[in-house]
Design a binder for this molecule. Structure first.
Ligand code: ZN
Length: 443
């Protein structure tokens, strides 16, 4: 392993880099709340409108998590079907190596080599980004706390700049762009924490005006500037205004429906407020993202955006090992991750987890590792692992898209600055197939 594992153990608040690596690895592999972090498998229902010309903010996915039975209970989801560690296996191999715990079962060849001309350079850059982040962890925490925690009235644009500059950007070696239309509304040229960093804007439009399309709040890019990951900012207050603030991706919603949406959103807000009272993740308060997706603008936005990202990736970059494009949904206190594999038609959706630890708004160390692994998925993830039950539990995206499938398969666009208004395409979704009820024993 040629990765620089011996970088000077600079102390940061009494912690050395080894302490952080050790805490991250041990929490993710042994502490029950993080060891259980993983993905539920999502299924699209007959209410999915993927064959219509809807923007992400108007998408309906009708998604629900596949329910897996165990001997105690059938019908109640207790644990994710796929552990995070199974999907990002290579990152755990690397961490063990950095901790000097390499053994025969943990060989570097498990790391993904065929996508990168120079794997060692890419790995070194990724590890450097992680080390740099921990060296400045205190500064990043202060910035995030100021905008996400202390200011209860931070705008969506302010939250977007601070998570881009102090969370995702640094972990992804600075390769991000924020939806440039944000400046139309807030004109924020610098990070909202006051650090004076200039934020980077660009065209984040993806999709096609005849089907699902819209603008990612933040796009993360790969070393070759291609699509790597996307972020949805789940702003609880602006959720109410998303359909009327003039930034809607394509606003064809009749006024009567807007009122209805607003009413539903108020109910959602109450629900969110109740859910958010519980902070620490344990089995009782892990919320399954798909469970409330049909009621929530940003959850539907994220699921539809995830499908579009992966379909673009498969068409434009067929040489990649897999076409997962992680979509991270983040609010001022929680996050979750959605990914879609278009070859296997598996939709993966994590539970919601707190960003901050229990005390003094410190970023939870395992969460930093999760983001780092996800943002470097091309190094650390070989795709959705082979599991028998995944062959049975498909998302049904192609089935739901029906006549619109060729558009998803062949015509999706990226780097779009604006989508033309279109009238109804007349394409019809499949609404005749209901959720396939499948149950398997927990292995
Ligand atoms: Zn800042």
């Amino acid at each position: 392993m040629a990765v620089n594992a011996t970088r000077s153990p600079k102390k940061n608040g009494g912690f050395s880099m080894y302490d952080y690596l050790s805490a991250g690895y041990n929490n993710l592999t042994h502490k029950p709340i993080y060891e259980q972090f993983g993905f539920f498998i999502g299924i699209l229902g007959p209410g999915c409108n993927c064959c219509t010309n809807k923007s992400f903010t108007d998408a309906e996915c009708d998604s629900r998590p596949f329910r897996r039975c165990d001997e105690r209970d059938c019908g109640t989801i207790r644990r994710p079907s796929l552990k995070f560690r199974e999907v990002f296996n290579s990152a755990f191999t690397l961490l063990r190596s950095l901790l000097g715990e390499e053994d025969e079962s943990c060989t570097p060849k498990l790391l993904i080599e065929d996508e990168f001309e120079n794997l060692e350079v890419e790995l070194s850059l990724a590890v450097d980004a992680l080390y740099d982040y921990f060296e400045k962890k205190g500064d990043h925490e202060k910035a995030l706390k100021k905008v996400l925690v202390d200011n209860k009235h931070s705008s969506k644009a302010e939250i977007t700049t601070v998570v881009a500059e102090h969370l995702f950007g640094p972990l992804a070696q600075g390769r991000y762009k924020i939806d440039s239309r944000t400046t139309l509304k807030d004109n924020l040229q610098e990070c909202a924490c006051g650090c004076r960093s200039k934020v980077k804007y660009g065209s984040t439009g993806i999709g096609h005006e005849k089907v699902w399309h819209g603008f990612a709040d933040i796009l993360l890019q790969s070393p070759d500037n291609s699509l790597n990951a996307a972020v949805v900012i789940a702003h609880k207050v602006e959720l109410l205004n998303d359909h009327t603030n003039g930034l809607s991706d394509q606003d064809n919603t009749p006024p009567s429906k807007k009122l209805k949406i607003k009413g539903e959103s108020l109910l959602l807000l109450l629900l969110l407020l109740l859910l958010h009272k519980e902070k620490s993740p344990n089995e009782e308060n892990i919320h399954v993202a798909g469970e409330i997706s049909s009621h929530s603008g940003y959850e539907n936005q994220a699921v539809s955006q995830t499908f579009v990202c992966s379909m673009i990736q498969r068409r434009k970059r067929p040489y990649l090992r897999h076409y997962l494009v992680p979509n991270i949904v983040i609010s001022d206190d929680e996050f979750y991750i959605i990914m879609y594999d278009p070859d296997k038609d598996n939709l993966l959706c994590s539970p919601k987890y707190p960003i901050f630890g229990d005390s003094d708004s410190a970023l939870a160390v395992p969460v930093i590792f999760i983001f780092w692994m996800v943002l470097h998925h091309r190094l650390f993830c070989a795709g959705v692992p082979e599991r028998d039950f995944l062959n049975e539990v498909k998302s049904n995206f192609k089935l739901r898209a029906a006549d619109a499938w060729p558009i998803y398969n062949e015509q999706l666009k990226e780097n779009v600055s604006s989508f033309p208004l279109t009238s109804s395409t007349g394409l019809e979704c499949d609404i005749t197939t209901y959720y396939k009820e499948v149950s398997f024993d927990v292995q």
